[in-house]
Design a protein around this ligand. Structure first.
Ligand code: CA
Length: 717
């Protein structure tokens, strides 16, 4: 049992010399009948016998969920219909597993041959009997706890991959690890990060195509150069790497694509790295032999520091198509030229065949953070259509002649804060969407968000710390923007017709932050809700057919599978991630129990234990300690807080993964032990002793105390 007991982690024993134990696994002979392989795979070759032929035939084997989005096209649609719009009301809990973490669960499990593989924070992998929930094995890669502070948006992991008897996990510290699917023992481990002094972290799920493991990384909030790489699934040997932004021109370019991209940059962007991380979505078309890569935001955010003369800054916020064999550039489409609002195009890409204007088209669809739903021809990259799926103010539309957004000039911020929509959380973030080829609708978890953006007065290219933006000063402007944002922020489930580019139905939620979606041939859409429940809707009209309390918010996307002729729906319920970090204080209505893996079936009779009494995630504000710091010390603390703490603990210390305004007197007493001594590193709060001094930490402490007092006074208590 992997657990956190009284703050002490009970982690699996450390594993050594992973890189050296390369194993040549026996070649699997070609089996003509895929159905035959399904029946015999587990017995003959051991579990998780996934290969190209089996993935291509996934629709004739719909009881499995063998890859992140089930199939290569990432539709997150299941042909299973034993659970359907007629009987979903009888859905009950089949089994559940507690997950020992205080952090977010963003992963969808995979299921192969009756075994469910799941991953949780710190990249701990567990295999379960998919029918009974019995634990088969657990593997802990022992990620060094210092990585807890390098990930911008929680120490999450979004999933696993399976190929020829191995399970692949990408660890937060940059390792790609292949596990023996039968035992959970590592077969090989490769460090995918080329500069360990930078804040590279991996939260995305690996994918395997034609025996190549594809993996990117994150870190663009703290100065990195983005890339995606391919590894041999058998040996762990790197096959190719594609950088998403150019390096320093004086050192020469890796390829023609980098030479082309460099013409769209100015200044010394290579010092902070430029960003453009491939931190989540990839997709693959086996017929076209193309790999599609979603590219993230600029680093730093403020363009004036990273590329002072402006420019498009390729390939930030772009969808890039690469040759799977070589990693060579084929085409790109940039959603947000000169990106500076954290408008990543890393969100899920769905491949489908649609009839548009009477013509059959092979398309790629994406609903990235910037609020436009894009339909591209996936062979050529031609933009077929783009429409807003949420109210936004950064652009009024997309010019179909040039493919470029018609930008609102007011959003290119200076030092005075401006209201921009969507905010950095996006109109749609990593939470997966699903496409049903039956209803021909895309089911998107949508948010309407707003944020105050302002440039910092300076940014040190060599230190590359912070975002080049400011979260303090101009209090009156910020207050006005915050009030507008509070009044207008919303969340809903949208059923989107990608051909007409119109919403067909929606389910409104009381707050934004509901989970990813799953569509099935049973005319159902499943989604975890911000009301801490699981729900099922009719896929054609959105009518709610079933809802059950989950004691937590399943932000991840559900999956479905079949074992011994019975269909199951599984979801990880564990609130966390970027939204929970930044806007926690807004969710006063949330009462959450333990994070769990929840598995449902028709007539399921399992029951969750009662919720603990102290389950409110935003505690009542208590009287804080008296302010003892000087105004100078508090002002210094505010600056340091903005540079070091804001990503995890929220703007103005409101909210965050832990709301510092609510620290207990015991925590106040341990403040330096936590910030400098790493006392809570296992919870993700790593030591900052290498970047800030004791004086700095005390100044931050005084600033937080001052903030708590200000809000305590405002509360009128
Ligand atoms: Ca980002």
């Amino acid at each position: 049992m992997i657990g956190v007991d009284g703050g002490k982690p009970a982690r699996a024993p450390s594993l050594d010399a992973l890189g050296s134990c390369l194993r040549k696994s026996a070649r699997i002979g070609l089996i003509a009948s895929v159905a035959l392989l399904n029946l015999s795979a587990t017995d003959a070759k051991g579990p998780a016998q996934v290969d190209q032929a089996r993935m291509l035939a996934a629709d004739s084997n719909p009881g499995e969920w063998m890859s992140g989005g089930r199939t290569f096209d990432e539709q997150r649609f299941s042909p299973l219909k034993q659970i359907n719009d007629g009987n979903v009301g009888q859905l009950g809990l089949a089994w559940y597993a507690d997950i020992d973490t205080e952090r977010g669960m963003e992963s969808s499990p995979i299921v192969v041959d009756g075994v469910l593989y799941n991953v949780q924070p710190w990249n701990i992998v567990t295999a379960f009997d998919a029918k009974t929930g019995r634990k088969l094995w657990t593997y802990d890669p022992q990620v060094p706890l210092k990585y807890g502070r390098m990930a911008c948006c929680d120490i999450v992991s979004r999933g696993l991959a399976a190929w020829k008897g191995k399970i692949y996990v990408a660890a937060l510290d940059g390792r790609l690890i292949a596990l023996d699917a039968k035992t959970g023992k590592p077969v090989w481990s490769t460090l995918t990060v080329d500069d360990t002094d930078r804040s590279y972290t991996i939260t995305g799920a690996p994918r395997v195509y034609e025996g190549k493991v594809i993996i990117g990384n994150g870190g663009a909030e703290q100065g990195v150069r983005g890339y995606v790489s391919a590894y041999n699934a058998e040996s762990g040997k790197m096959l190719w790497r594609f950088f998403t932004v150019p390096g320093e021109p004086a050192k020469g370019f890796e390829n023609k694509a980098m030479e082309m991209a460099a013409k769209t940059w100015s200044g010394q962007w290579w010092k902070p790295g430029g960003g453009g991380t491939v931190w989540d979505a990839v997709a693959y078309d086996p017929a076209l032999h193309l790999l599609y890569v979603g590219v993230g935001n600029g680093s730093p955010w403020a363009q004036k520091f990273r590329s002072p003369d402006g420019g498009d800054n390729l390939f930030l916020a772009s969808i890039v198509a690469l040759d799977l064999d070589t990693g060579q550039y084929v085409w790109h489409y940039q959603t947000t030229p000169g990106e500076q609002w954290d408008y990543t195009a890393t969100q899920q890409m769905i491949l489908a065949d649609l009839t548009i204007g009477g013509k059959p088209r092979k398309v790629l669809m994406q609903a990235p953070k910037n609020g436009f739903f894009y339909v591209l021809d996936r062979k050529t990259g031609e933009l077929l259509s783009a429409q807003k799926f949420s109210p936004i103010n950064w652009a009024t539309g997309v010019d179909m002649k040039t493919g470029r957004p018609i930008e609102n000039p007011a959003v290119r911020y200076g030092e005075v804060p401006v209201l921009v929509s969507p905010g950095a959380g996006g109109a749609h973030n990593w939470n997966p969407m699903a496409y049903s080829p039956v209803t021909r609708l895309v089911y998107i978890p949508v948010s309407e968000t707003y944020m105050a953006y302002a440039a910092a007065t300076s940014y040190d290219l060599d230190k590359h710390q912070g975002l080049g933006t400011s979260f303090s000063g101009y209090d009156a402007e910020r207050k006005k923007i915050a009030e507008y944002a509070d009044a207008h922020t919303k969340g809903w489930l949208s059923a989107w017709n990608p051909v007409t580019q119109k919403e067909v139905w929606r389910v409104a939620y009381p707050l934004n932050g509901s989970g990813g979606t799953l569509a099935t041939a049973g005319n159902l859409v499943f989604q975890g809700t911000i009301s801490a429940s699981m729900a099922a809707y009719r896929a054609d009209n959105g009518k709610k057919l079933w809802e059950m309390p989950a004691q937590n918010v399943p932000v991840a996307a559900p999956i479905t599978y079949m074992v011994d002729g019975e269909q199951y729906v599984a979801v990880n319920a564990g609130w966390g991630g970027g939204l929970a970090h930044v806007e926690r204080s807004k969710y006063t209505s949330l009462f959450l129990g333990k994070p769990r893996l929840l598995v449902y079936k028709i007539g399921g009779k399992a029951k969750l234990p009662p919720m603990p009494a102290a389950s409110r995630i935003v505690p009542e504000l208590q009287a804080p300690p008296k302010v003892t710091g000087t105004p100078e010390q508090i002002a210094k603390g505010e600056k340091l807080y903005g540079a070091n703490c804001v990503l995890c603990h929220g703007v103005a210390a409101r909210g965050g993964v832990k709301d510092l305004r609510h620290m207990s007197s015991a925590t106040h007493g341990e403040f330096l032990d936590i910030v400098l001594g790493g006392k809570r590193a296992v919870n993700g709060m790593a030591s900052f002793a290498d970047t800030i001094s004791k004086d700095d930490a005390e100044a931050i402490h005084q600033y937080v105390i001052a903030r708590a007092n200000a809000d305590w006074e405002d509360s009128g208590k």
